[in-house]
Design a protein around this ligand. Structure first.
Ligand SMILES: *Cc1c(COP(=O)(O)O)cnc(C)c1O
Length: 460
């Protein structure tokens, strides 16, 4: 098999800030050991997130110039609408400035206090918007999805048996809708199979419960279906995507992921009443329904990006980079969540640093060491981000201590990935001497963004 190469060449460059270990030590201290406080000018390779961090193609830059900034009914809107409709088949399409704007309006128009939303794994802003509307969000991912080492091609799947049982226990009238997140970001960017989407649909049908898709990574999910699901290999990604959306009543999307755009999103549905109520709140808080808080040029960029994300060469290359890092990290003996999902590699910091207790935050230790060693910014998904009742006396650790290496789309090249692998070698070798952290200062919620840390001094 031939080497899989980046299916693009570079037309414009952006300098990477290089730095010395001494500089990074000083900068990390200044940032109170919290990488969220580092200016990007002090980060060499930024793997914090894949959200809005991708590179636009020449076609997207060209489309940007076609942006029609008319307030109502701009040409850009029609191009955006037609593309979203071609992929999703929904009757009503509404642009929003990013995914959570759609979540907020959808939650506020469709949810009542006391209701329960079930899903395979609610993204954190989705959950927050559901809870803000007074409802509850429950994750029903299959058991393999919660087992870091379990080998399953679709670890993002919803547990349909538990779904049936939960509907029976709660009563269908308390469940206004079910959300499938593609891919399942909360549980490691793991894909959901077509069969699982169909079975979910079938389980909901007798109760008349609508199925909503959180489609932020719909194209990566379509590719993993193509790659891993029996009988799907002969299809185009557009064809698979169209089938995915055909089972849903509505979809929410952050275009900062598989829209290959730096900002934007949409809400789409079939139901006229839902659309009417969504539109009214959209006008109140986001903008007129033909731009929804975006510039005309943003709509153009998303319209091109949504289809580029479905190009086979692009997805083959993207997953080759994820699999490359997975393979190299495994060769180094690093404990990973497996198999790798669509947009990131998750390192199990709890297993990597077993001498650091959860409430000394092994994930923060690893994130900071990776930064000090190579100027690479990753992110902790462990007890700092997900620990319970921080600040309220008894602190409870999260079930996992993970560190995510997230891959921006079309940004880094093979030598950047080799550099990342190289940086991990000395980190592996001196892990036994690494120390934990304690929290010096923290806000009452979403503490991971702004907490101050200090290294724990184990030996006097
Ligand atoms: C990013 C994301 C969102 C929220 O979108 P924003 O554009 O960041 O507001 C919702 N769901 C999933 C699965 C996401 O990854």
């Amino acid at each position: 098999m031939r080497t899989i190469i980046e299916p693009f060449r570079i037309k414009m460059t952006e300098p990477l800030p290089l730095s010395s270990r001494e500089q990074r030590e000083e900068w990390l201290r200044e940032a109170h050991y919290n990488i969220f406080s580092l200016p990007s000018s002090r980060v060499t390779i930024d793997l914090l997130t894949d959200s809005g961090t991708g590179t636009m193609s020449t076609q997207q830059w060209a489309a940007l110039m076609l942006g029609d900034e008319s307030y109502a009914g701009s040409q850009s809107w029609f191009r955006f609408r037609d593309t979203v409709q071609r992929i999703t088949g929904f009757k009503h399409i509404f642009p929003v400035h990013q995914g959570r704007a759609g979540e907020r309006i959808f939650s506020q128009t469709r949810l009542k206090p006391g209701q329960v939303v079930l899903g395979n794994g609610h993204f954190d802003t989705t959950r927050a918007n559901i809870e803000f509307a007074g409802a509850e969000a429950i994750d029903l991912v299959i058991p393999e999805g919660r087992d870091l080492a379990a080998d399953h091609p679709f670890k993002g799947n919803l547990d349909v048996e538990r779904l049936r049982k939960t509907i029976g226990e709660l009563g269908p009238e308390r469940i206004p809708f079910v959300i499938l997140t593609l891919t399942n970001n909360t549980f490691g960017g793991q894909p959901v199979s077509l069969a699982n989407i169909r079975e979910t649909r079938e389980a909901l049908k007798p109760h008349g419960i609508p199925l909503i898709l959180d489609a932020a990574r719909y194209a990566e999910n379509a590719y993993l279906i193509y790659q891993r699901e029996a009988g799907q290999a002969g299809r185009s990604l557009l064809d698979i995507a169209q089938e995915i959306f055909s089972y849903a009543d509505a979809a929410l999307m952050s275009a900062k992921k598989d829209g290959l755009a730096n900002i934007g999103g949409f809400f789409a549905c079939h139901n006229d009443q839902w659309a009417e109520e969504f539109k009214n709140l959209l006008i109140l808080t986001e903008g007129f329904p033909t731009y929804g808080g975006l510039a005309g040029r943003d709509l153009e960029v998303i319209a091109v990006g949504l289809l580029e994300a479905l190009e086979m060469e692009y997805q083959v290359y993207r997953h080759a980079t994820v699999e490359y890092i997975e393979k190299k990290f495994l060769q180094l003996g690093l404990p990973l969540v497996q198999p790798a999902g669509g947009h990131a590699i998750y390192l199990d910091a709890g297993r990597f640093l077993p001498h650091i207790p959860p409430l000394q935050y092994p994930g923060i230790t690893l994130v900071n060491e990776v930064y000090l060693e190579g100027g690479i910014r990753t992110v902790e998904l462990g007890s700092v981000m997900f620990g319970q009742n921080p600040g309220a006396g008894q602190e409870k650790p999260a079930p996992f201590e993970l560190v995510r290496f997230t891959f921006p789309r079309r940004v880094y090249t093979q030598s950047h990935f080799d550099y990342i692998v190289e940086v991990m070698k000395p980190i592996r070798d001196r892990r036994a001497s690494m120390q934990g952290y304690r929290i010096v200062r923290q806000p009452p919620f979403l503490r991971h963004f702004s907490a101050h840390f200090a290294p724990v001094q184990n030996k006097p």
